[in-house]
Design a protein around this ligand. Structure first.
Ligand code: NAX
Ligand code: K
Length: 490
């Protein structure tokens, strides 16, 4: 589990009704319980930082005091640096119980030179956890040295301070713990770290439900890439939409517009000449490449493959039609394009059934249940668990991400399978699938991996549909829905 996963899961749990305060209470209490298990009441020294890790330390202090332990708490930093509500809440609680009626001693250390070696049966490292960023700063940096020089059993909360929670690397220095008590899931860095830092890693459940990991939630928006202020044209992604046929100019138009709404810089559309004019006149923003015929045919293949070389992702299939010539062209194109790709709608129906697992680059297929049947020969089962299993199996077999659209979208990359609740029956209107394809292609172009792009695409597209239904109830078009995509991102 990466720190970003942890942050997303944490926020999703909150959205499901389990507060961050509850999670912190459970985390801190599990640290206290561990100490109570291994040692009779004695002196415990806790070094607490200004973030959530520090918050866990404050909670542990309270529970240890209630069980007759003497607690010496060093708060390392400035209380005005405490950002999270639940950490501040627990800092306030510490202040309020620092009454002299119990054996709590609190010292706030802003200047690391005042730090001295301590001797105690147990020393708790609650300085830094999954939120560590960049080079270690004072006074935390010296506090880590002090902990390592001190006598006593070292217990690291969640992650030994100074250790990179993702890679397990130590850039500068880190606490050398005898025990690392970590929460919810073992962070990837703890598995990779040298034992001298993590000691015995013990995992505690803190009450986060499985649903917070499986269902997409607002926490997953934390995964969205931030726009770099120094970026210039093209940095934020370029998408090529390949689609359209004599009667279908709308599908590639909607896909191209949705790609723009995802925040990419450039959108190219490769479409048959029969639909080039309406697409071009819809928006001056599109770069429209007119292909040779009324429909996409084999002589278009080279030009399309050439075009794909200057973009970051490709969205193919919208409104392509099903002429025999188009079928051959499509399968050639899908086999030759070496870029992350979304294959949607007609593109899905026309694929040769063994072509997908030959493709190396990242592919997302976005079938609804009928297209899924064509693609896999399988019916979508009723039960949620069965559905997740089948999608995961098909994803594994075809080595691509499957985004199965439905009242509940199912997204799988063969290892992880997630569900998306956003969206509503108003979205059965034509064109919302083209929006989803364009949006997902945009997220791919912005650098999200296929699984993340498909998850975020499904979540944001459905969220935009939910926002549209507030105004239009079930009487909105895909064009209406498009107007809400930016709000859905926010
Ligand atoms: N995410 C979750 O589900 C839960 C997280 N909890 C705790 O919250 C922690 C994550 O909290 P945060 O995200 O606030 O992050 P941390 O508490 O790990 O660290 C952030 C704090 O450390 C400071 N800091 C960051 N990098 C630094 C550096 N290089 N040098 C000096 N100071 C630095 C920051 O200014 C910030 O105040 C977890 O490790 C865990 O201990 C628990 O409360 C349980 C629930
Ligand atoms: K820590």
């Amino acid at each position: 589990m990466t720190p970003k996963d942890m942050m997303a899961v944490d926020s999703n749990a909150e959205e499901l009704g389990i507060s961050k305060s509850a999670l912190m209470e459970n985390a801190g209490k599990s640290v206290a319980d561990h100490i109570i298990d291994i040692l009779d009441p004695c002196k415990i020294v806790i070094f607490a930082g200004t973030g959530g890790n520090g918050g866990d330390g404050f909670v542990a202090a309270r529970h240890l005091l209630n069980n007759g332990y003497n607690v010496e708490l060093f708060f390392i930093g400035r209380s005005d640096r405490i950002k999270s509500h639940e950490t501040l809440q627990n800092w306030t609680a510490i202040q309020n119980i620092n009454s002299g009626l119990n054996s709590l001693k609190v010292k706030t250390i802003e200047d690391s030179s005042t730090l001295k070696k301590v001797t105690a049966p147990v020393i708790v490292d609650a300085l830094l956890g999954t939120g560590v960023k960049g080079k270690l700063r004072e006074p935390v940096s010296s506090a880590i040295d002090i902990i390592n020089k001190s006598e006593g059993i070292k217990i690291a909360v969640d992650v030994p301070s100074g250790l990179d929670p993702l890679t397990g690397n130590v850039q500068d220095k880190a606490v050398e713990a005898d025990f690392t008590l970590t929460f919810h899931e073992i962070k990837t860095g703890l598995k990779k770290a040298a034992v001298r830092y993590v000691g015995n890693v013990i995992l505690y459940d803190i009450g986060i439900p499985k649903e917070a990991e499986i269902f997409l939630g607002k926490g997953d928006l934390l995964r969205l890439k931030k726009r770099d202020i120094t970026s210039h044209k093209g940095n934020n992604g370029r998408v090529l939409v390949i689609g359209g046929s004599r009667d279908y100019s709308g599908a590639p138009t909607l896909a191209a517009h949705a790609a723009f709404k995802s925040g990419v810089d450039l959108v190219h559309v490769a479409c048959p000449q029969s639909v080039a004019l309406p697409i071009r006149s819809y928006s001056p923003d599109f770069i429209v490449h007119t292909l040779s015929e009324e429909i996409i045919v084999e002589e278009d293949i080279d030009e399309i493959v050439e075009l794909s070389k200057n973009v970051d992702s490709v969205v193919i299939g919208c409104g392509m039609g099903r002429d025999a010539e188009t079928v051959t062209a499509l399968n050639e194109i899908v086999g030759e394009i070496k870029k992350p790709m979304v294959i949607d709608a007609d593109g899905l129906k026309l694929l040769y059934n063994d072509i997908l697992h030959e493709i190396e680059n990242e592919v997302i297929v976005t079938p609804h249940s009928a297209e899924f049947k064509v693609l896999s020969g399988l019916d979508v089962p009723e039960g949620l668990k069965d559905k997740m299993e089948i999608i995961s199996k098909v994803s594994n077999e075809n080595k691509c991400v499957v985004l199965l659209k439905g009242a509940l979208d199912t997204i799988s990359n063969g290892e992880k399978t997630r569900l998306n609740k956003t969206g509503n029956p108003g979205m059965t209107v034509g064109g919302t699938g083209d929006c989803l394809a364009g949006l997902t292609g945009g997220l791919l172009a912005k650098g999200h991996d296929a699984f993340e792009a498909a998850c975020l695409g499904a979540y944001i597209n459905g969220r935009a549909g939910d926002m549209a239904s507030v105004k239009y109830e079930y009487h909105f078009t895909a064009t209406d829905m498009m107007k809400y995509i930016d709000d859905a991102f926010r």
